[in-house]
Design a binder for this molecule. Structure first.
Ligand code: ADP
Ligand code: MG
Length: 724
């Protein structure tokens, strides 16, 4: 009997549900208790310092050394009052996870004693020896040093017994080596561009913040079963496994009652998340068995992303207490739905106005239409870059797999707004002053409450949902900074261009509103091809999209070309979000991550097949052979063991296929490994090596159906998905 699998199954049966302690039944009692937020700053800082810090945070201006010193002591005092002993700069390197290096507050003094100290300098900047983080060649050319620098716009928090300071991570020569630095740049460009456009309508607006609400999907699996699947723990997905007889076909999981053991886990991580100021609001079962979702209330983007990164860490950590493993991979199990991370995005002014919410008056609607149409135009112009920003080896399984949006970027608006844009496109804009009211007539009425009317087209990668756009193509394990940096940058760039065009018309003598509407009309016409209301999963759409000239790039290595195209280079430079060197470094890092992950998967396939799966099949075959021999010895006729013979032959057929294909795959791997250029290597891994995965899997899964269940070494899909 194959021991690990059955031990694991036995272990699952003995699981008990740990007691979940909540500090209070009222969330408001403990929400943010582990965050050094404004309230705590006010309590711990002198009044003047507190004011100075707030001003710096709002304006983004640097914080003086002296003030940093006071803040660090205040942070230390607060943290120590909660039993904290260490601090760390917390950052998001391009590995996709978060990084931290803990230092204690403890410092020896010259008289042989010791004190607890946290200096302002240690708050503001650190120099982790970061030569082992991905840098795409930036670092090896000069110095191995990197800097982490405090981001005061995201508050410090306590995780475990450590005070965590959110920071950006840059190289010695100033290039961004993380996700946060370019995001902050894009957000600042957006703020400036959007505020200026707002001034056409409302001079009192001083700031525009981009907002983000992230819906996070995930799978749960029992820890013992997870540990019995080397493919799951080495690659995050099951590389083999025949579909379970019952999968998601009955659609009985979605929004169903949450299993008790899972609910306890959810309550536990939610409690910790809420203490960290992560405003989790929603939880439910997702479509696939053992798939779930949680979502916070939206926040300013930088904070929303820090919170999502922290949440993913937290979910992993808390899962251990419940003997679960949380799977954030985009496609852990073939044949059932994968996981995404919907990014709900909007623009909100310091006066509290959502620029993507239609207003009551025609004037308000012109403002709404301005931001709405510019967003559409931006996505139309840079769809390839947006596609690149969500590309990864794991998300390739999802995009276009008829459960997530296709790899073709299109925009869904809903019938009403589509009609509105069509109407503007065909309207005649009156330019004469005395016909002022006529100009307003060319803006169709927009119903204020669209929320219930926007039918939910789940097949669209970028959908307008009433008062926000929802980017649905982001993978569940991704750092949302990547697509959000791109989205905010391209919309900001578009707004800058829009303003220049409108100003030009005004200079020529057009009235402001007429000029705005004229340019919007032009944009509506130019960007029409990206609008699509139909079924994104259909073959007709792929054909239609091609006719429209929209790109449909299915795999990462080619999708990433858009990161280093001439067009992209221009927008990166104009907005200042990436230097050419940074863009090329990122391109390199992403390609490397792509082929390295496939390399690991290919190796795991080879090892598991050779050492685990084929031996089980051979063992079963030997049992059958012995059985046949026995029956023969008894002198029984051939038809008494004909079935056994047939199974023996089928086993041989699958075994031979698997063995020879694994050998060929290894040969292709060797060829790919010697390629110098990362793009060539990534493409070789995609087209040559990966192409063996499916056929090998097919035959392994056939073996799973043939071999005696007690001999099968890997937990089966039915066990991974249904046993909790
Ligand atoms: P669903 O899309 O599943 O129906 P909701 O409409 O409740 O769910 O919202 C999903 C996410 O969108 C939540 O995180 C919510 O806070 C966020 N959201 C709502 N309004 C906005 C907005 N104006 N800007 C950004 N995110 C928003
Ligand atoms: Mg949604």
């Amino acid at each position: 009997m194959s021991t690990i699998r059955f031990q694991a199954l036995q272990t699952v049966l003995t699981r008990t549900i740990p007691e979940v302690k909540q500090p209070s039944f009222k969330i408001s009692d403990f929400y943010g208790s582990n965050v050094f937020d404004k309230k705590k700053m006010q309590d711990y800082l002198p009044k003047e310092t507190f004011k100075a810090v707030l001003a710096s945070i709002e304006s983004g201006s640097p914080i003086s050394r002296e003030i940093a010193e006071q803040i660090s002591s205040a942070m230390k005092a607060w943290a120590m009052s909660k039993g904290v002993t260490h601090y760390t700069h917390w950052f998001q390197p391009l590995t996709g996870t978060t990084a931290e290096k803990h230092d204690s507050f403890f410092e020896p003094t010259s008289d042989g004693q010791a004190i607890e100290r946290f200096a302002g300098d240690a708050l503001v900047q650190q120099e982790p020896d970061a030569s082992s983080f991905p840098n795409g060649g930036i670092r090896s050319t000069f110095e191995a040093r990197g800097y982490t620098a405090w981001d005061p716009s995201s508050p410090a928090f306590i995780f475990g017994k450590t005070l965590c300071i959110p920071t950006v991570f840059v190289s010695y020569t100033g290039e961004a080596l993380d996700y946060k630095a370019p995001l902050l740049k894009a957000l600042s460009v957006m703020d400036k561009a959007a505020t200026e456009v707002c001034h056409y309508f409302d001079k009192s607006i001083e700031k525009v913040n981009a907002s983000l609400g992230i819906e996070q999907e995930y799978f749960l699996v029992d820890l013992a079963l997870f540990n019995a699947r080397p493919d799951l723990f080495l690659t995050g997905r099951a590389l083999f496994g025949h579909a379970s007889a019952k999968g998601q076909q009955l659609e009985d999981h979605y929004f169903g009652s949450i299993p008790e053991r899972v609910l306890a886990y959810m309550q536990d991580f939610e409690t910790e998340a809420l203490q960290l100021g992560i405003p989790l609001k929603t939880r439910h079962n997702e479509v696939a068995p053992s798939q779930f979702e949680c979502a916070p209330i939206y926040e300013e983007i930088n904070l929303a992303i820090d919170h999502n990164q922290l949440l993913m860490d937290l979910m992993e950590k808390v899962a251990k207490r419940h003997n679960f493993k949380v799977l954030l991979h985009e496609k852990p199990y073939a044949g059932i739905n994968g996981s995404g991370k919907h990014n709900n995005w909007s623009l909100i002014t310091n006066t509290g106005k959502n620029l993507l919410a239609p207003g009551k008056t025609p004037k308000n609607n012109l403002m709404f239409l301005t931001f709405f149409v510019n967003t559409i135009k931006a996505v139309y112009e840079h769809a390839d870059l947006l596609r690149a920003s969500i590309a990864s080896v794991s998300n390739d399984h999802r995009l276009g797999a008829n459960e997530a949006p296709p790899a073709i970027i299109s925009i869904f608006l809903g019938e009403q707004l589509n009609d509105v844009l069509d109407e503007i496109e065909t309207s005649r804009i009156s330019k004469k002053a005395k016909e002022d009211s006529a100009m307003w007539h060319s803006i169709p009425k927009i119903p204020q409450i669209l929320l219930d009317n926007t039918d939910r087209n789940r097949t669209s990668p970028f959908a307008f949902t009433g008062n926000k756009f929802e980017l649905r193509a982001v993978g569940s394990s991704a750092n949302s900074s990547s697509p959000m940096t791109v989205l905010n940058m391209i919309v900001a760039d578009q707004l800058i261009k829009f303003k220049a065009e409108v100003d030009k018309l005004i200079k020529k003598g057009d009235k402001k509103d007429v000029a705005i509407l004229t340019i919007l009309k032009k944009y509506i016409k130019e960007s029409k091809n990206i609008r699509f209301e139909g079924n994104g999963y259909s073959d007709e759409w792929a054909a239609e999209a091609e006719k429209r000239g929209l790109q449909n790039i299915k795999t990462t290595p080619k999708a990433l070309d858009a990161l280093v195209s001439e067009k992209t280079e221009k927008i990166f430079e104009e907005t200042g979000v990436f230097t050419k060197r940074e863009a090329h470094a990122r391109h390199e890092i992403l390609l490397e991550a792509y082929y390295k992950k496939l390399q690991i998967e290919a190796r795991v396939i080879g090892e598991l097949v050779t050492n685990v799966i084929l031996p089980a099949a051979v063992k079963y075959q030997t049992e059958l052979i012995n059985n046949v021999k026995g029956l023969k010895d008894l002198g029984l006729a051939k038809d008494t063991y004909a079935s056994q013979l047939e199974i023996i032959e089928r086993l041989s057929k699958h075994i031979n296929f698997i063995k020879s294909n694994v050998e060929q795959m290894v040969e292709e791997r060797k060829k790919a490994n010697v390629l110098e250029d990362s793009r060539d290597k990534a493409i070789a891994y995609d087209e040559k090596v990966k192409s063996y995965f499916e056929p090998i899997r097919y035959h392994v899964d056939k073996l799973e159906l043939l071999v005696d269940d007690t001999l099968w070494p890997l937990p089966k899909f039915r066990e991974l998905l249904f046993i909790k």
